[in-house]
Write a protein that binds this ligand. Structure first.
Ligand code: GUN
Ligand code: ZN
Length: 445
C-alpha cells in the first residue's frame, strides 16, 4: 500500500500558511503553532503531499505542476470545522424575540415540518453547503430533521462536493408537535437504515441524533444508546444545559437522574464521538463526566448570545486537571452567522465575560485542529501536513477597506490574526478546497 504522502501531487498553492501540529491548549502555542510566511502546499488524490517553506518544497515538485500563488496578503489554513449546526434552520436565521423553548415552538418546529418534502430539503441543503464553502467550512456535524429524506438530501449534496461531514436524523418522540414525532421503533429503524446507507461511504459519517432529553422518552434514549453500541464508530450528537429553563424542565422530566448530563450518561450516550451542543450550565461533576468519558462539547457563542442562553466558559471546560474536548459550533439557525471568523469574534467576547482571554492563535486552533480533535478526526482534517486530507481555506487578510487600513498597524502575525477574527467575515474567504478540489473562489469557479 502506498502511503498518502507518496501520492503524486497534482496541484500546489503558495502563500503564508498557519497550522497546528498539536493541542495548542494542552501543549502551548510555542510548541504547536506553525507559521510559514511563504510556503507551498502541494496535493493530489485528495491528500496533502508536501508542505513547507516555498524555496525548500519547490524543487521537490514534479516539473510542469502549476503553483497558484495567493501572495503575501493571504493566509492558507486548514479548512474550518463546525461541530454543531442545523441545516434545516437556514431559512429561519434571525427569528425574533424568544429564548430557547419558545423559539423552538414558535419558529423551529414549523420550519422543520417542511422537510417532509425531499425537494425542499435538497434545495436548502444546496444553499447551506454553498454557504459553508463560502465561509471556508469544509467539515461539520449537522442536525437534519426527523424526516429521513432530509438526511438523504444533505448527504447526497455533501457527497457530490466530496465533503467530510457527519449528520443524522433527529430522534424526537415527545414534547413536540405530532407532525414532527417519530416513535422509539421508527426512530431506531430509520436511523439504522441511514447508517447502513451512508456511514463510511466516501467521507460521510453518521451521527445518531436524539434532539435533546426533553423530546425523547427514556425508552427512546435507551434505544439510541443500543443503536450506538451496535455502530460504535458513528457519532452521537445532542444538546445539553443550554438554557436554565431547559435544565429545570429536564429535572422535572427525569427526577430519578442526578442531573442533565446524567440522563445521557445513564443511557450510554457519553463516550468518544459524543458531541454535546452548548453545556453552558454544566456543574463540575458533569464536566468531570465529560472528561472521563471522552465526550466533547460544542461551543456555540453566536447562538448563546442570540437566544440569551448565557456565555460558555471555555477555559473552565479545558482546565488542565480534567480537560474536556471542546469544538467550535455555529448552531445555525439560533446561531447568527456562517462565518467562523464571526463565531470566533463572539467566542472572544464570551471569554471576556468570563474574565478570560482567547487569543487569536488559540482561536484559530479551536476552529481547525481543535474542533477536529473534539470530533476525533485530527488525524484526517484540521491541519496542514503531508498525509492529511486536502481541505483548506485561503483567507484574504485585507478583505475590506477598514481591515486593510487596520492591517497597516499590525505588528506581528498574532495581531494580524486577531484583526481577522474580530473584523472579518465571509468577505475574507478567497478560496476553499475540499479534498484538493477548488469548491469555492470569490472570483468564481
Ligand atoms: N435544543 C433542542 N433543539 C435545539 C435547536 O434546534 N437549537 C438549539 N440551539 N437548541 C436546541
Ligand atoms: Zn443546536
Amino acid at each position: 500500500m502506498t502511503s498518502q504522502s507518496q501520492k503524486i501531487p497534482r496541484h500546489a498553492i503558495r502563500g503564508p500558511v498557519l497550522t497546528f501540529k498539536g493541542d495548542a491548549f494542552k501543549d502551548g502555542i510555542e510548541n504547536t503553532m506553525v507559521y510559514e510566511s511563504d510556503a507551498i502546499v502541494a496535493f493530489g488524490e485528495g491528500y496533502i503531499t508536501h508542505f513547507g517553506p516555498a524555496d525548500k518544497i519547490k524543487p521537490q515538485l514534479p516539473a510542469g505542476i502549476t503553483i497558484k500563488n495567493y501572495g503575501p496578503d493571504s493566509l492558507i489554513s486548514a479548512g474550518f470545522l463546525d461541530s454543531h449546526v442545523h441545516f434545516p434552520q437556514t431559512p429561519m436565521i434571525g427569528a425574533y424575540g424568544e429564548q430557547l423553548l419558545d423559539w423552538l415552538n414558535k419558529y423551529t418546529f414549523p420550519t422543520e415540518r417542511k422537510y417532509a418534502d425531499k425537494a425542499i430539503a435538497t434545495s436548502v441543503a444546496r444553499e447551506f453547503l454553498d454557504e459553508c464553502l463560502k465561509n471556508g467550512i469544509t467539515t461539520n456535524c449537522v442536525y437534519c430533521t426527523v424526516f429521513p429524506q432530509s438526511v438523504d438530501a444533505l448527504f447526497e449534496e455533501a457527497e457530490r462536493l466530496g465533503m467530510r461531514i457527519a449528520a443524522g436524523k433527529v430522534l424526537m418522540n415527545r414534547n413536540a408537535p405530532d407532525y414532527l414525532l417519530d416513535t422509539t421503533k421508527t426512530g431506531y429503524d430509520d436511523s439504522k437504515m441511514l447508517i447502513n446507507k451512508w456511514h463510511g461511504r466516501n467521507r460521510l459519517m453518521y451521527a445518531i441524533t436524539p434532539r435533546f432529553a426533553p423530546t425523547s422518552t427514556p425508552d427512546q434514549l435507551e434505544s439510541a444508546g443500543e443503536l450506538w453500541t451496535e455502530y460504535p464508530d458513528c457519532y452521537m450528537q445532542t444538546h445539553v444545559s443550554e438554557n436554565k429553563g431547559e435544565v429545570a424542565w429536564v429535572k422535572e422530566l427525569f427526577p430519578e437522574r442526578k442531573g442533565y448530563l446524567d440522563v445521557y450518561d445513564y443511557h450510554k450516550l457519553c463516550r468518544p464521538r459524543a458531541v454535546f451542543g452548548h453545556g453552558i450550565h454544566l456543574d463540575d461533576e458533569e464536566m468531570q463526566c465529560m472528561h472521563r468519558t471522552g465526550s466533547a462539547i460544542s461551543h456555540c457563542p453566536t447562538s448563546n448570545f442570540f437566544l440569551g442562553s448565557g456565555f460558555f466558559n471555555l477555559h473552565r471546560a479545558m482546565q488542565k486537571n480534567r480537560p474536556v474536548r471542546v469544538g467550535l459550533g455555529t448552531d445555525l439557525g439560533a446561531g447568527t452567522s456562517f462565518s467562523i471568523l464571526q463565531t470566533l469574534n463572539e467566542a472572544y467576547k464570551a471569554a471576556q465575560l468570563n474574565n478570560n482571554k482567547l487569543d487569536a492563535a488559540h482561536a484559530f486552533y479551536l476552529s481547525t485542529r481543535g474542533t477536529a480533535h473534539a470530533m476525533y478526526i485530527e488525524d484526517k482534517v484540521g491541519s496542514i501536513a503531508p498525509g492529511m486530507e486536502a481541505d483548506m481555506v485561503v483567507l484574504n487578510m485585507k478583505s475590506t477597506p477598514v481591515i486593510e487600513y487596520r492591517m497597516q498597524f499590525a505588528k506581528n502575525i498574532e495581531e494580524a490574526l486577531f484583526i481577522q477574527m474580530i473584523m472579518g467575515d465571509d468577505r475574507a474567504v478567497r478560496s476553499t478546497y475540499v479534498a484538493g478540489e477548488l469548491r469555492y473562489s470569490n472570483e468564481g469557479l
